[in-house]
Write a protein that binds this ligand. Sequence first.
Ligand SMILES: Cc1ncc(COP(=O)(O)O)c(C=O)c1O
Length: 418
Amino acid sequence: MFNLSAIRSEFPALAREHAGRPLVFFDAPGGTQVTRRCLDYMVEYLTRHNANTHGAFITAQESDALIEAAHEAAADLLNAERKEEIVFGQNMTSLTFALSRSIGRTLRDGDEIILTRLDHDANFSPWQLMAEERGVCVRVVDIRPEDCTLVIEDFARYLNARTRLVAVGYVSNAVGTINPIRQIANMAHDVGALVFVDAVAAAPHLPIDVRDLGADFLACSTYKFWGPHQGILYGRYELLDRLPAYKVRPADNRPPRKFETGTQSHENQAGLLGVIEYLEWLATQADIAPESNANLRSPRAAALHRAMRAIQTYETELIGYLIERVTTIPGVRFFGIRERARMTERVPTVAIRYKDEHPRATAERLAQHGICVWDGNYYAINLTERLGVEASGGMVRIGLTHYNTREEIDRLLDVLEA
Ligand SMILES: Cc1ncc(COP(=O)(O)O)c(C=O)c1O
């Protein structure tokens, strides 16, 4: 049902060997490998069409067209209402810092915002620094340490008529929890607060529909889903239109350009088109029911959702296998949702510690066998502190994506157990 060998052959990096065996890339939440189509699009752009924008000549006009096409493609991926709701930028962190400053200009002393302890620091510090500057009160939603889920009741406790913004991650980059964004957005909207969703760790694993989620803003990064290093920010058009932007005077004053500072990475936008083409191809390979979400903006949006549902189905199997096996290894401490019946509440990003081994030592042991995993806090520092593991090296993160296999999991388990 999921043609893994065809899928793997789409990723040239998977041919890389180390000590005579293929490298096992379990570092996906830090950045995935890149599709061949992405590379092709980037090379094609830089060899044939490379230019700045709005010129009278052919390559400048081709660059303009590419930029429009990339915005349209990202709008399909996220099911935005229109392509002008898509802002490209250096990465999620930079886009969030910029947006937080713009939103901050509209806030006053006594206003409140809500953040969470589960989030990557890129969805924490930009808001907290803005709040300090603007005299805004920050409330922080806690987690349940036993399964690393958000304490949803905290949102109800903290939301009130002064709440202006809720910034929450869709998926934890450290422990893989999927948060109930629709529910949180409904609660926030009931008091008139805006909702910013960090979807960086969600985009590689789930279909995303900003309208269905109720996101006013949503950010992701293409290097986490098989593309180049680039951030994408979605914002509802009327909000982007209304918000002040930090921009130079000659730059266009309308969304999205007013937020796209300087010259963008056109080659990365080209790379995104390659990723989109890859997902469209994947949708044709997958044995999965046609898309039932009638609100998707285009046939391509429907194909992308279908591809992501196929990925999600495959990954749910894979994660069940990994968790079942890894939790039976004596001495493994597991963080996050582990019950077989709850695999749809998480993505295949697994955090563990092994006996009293320092997480870096475990990662080094795996690295010697050609298995790439991360250790530390991966910037989810509020979480590692809350779990009491920050001072002792954080956790080992085994992060899978849909090109990973059961055989690779077996290789990891063999080394862990040895
Ligand atoms: C959940 C999450 N949010 C934000 C970021 C930051 O993304 P970027 O590197 O695009 O700034 C990351 C990166 O690891 C992440 O995993």
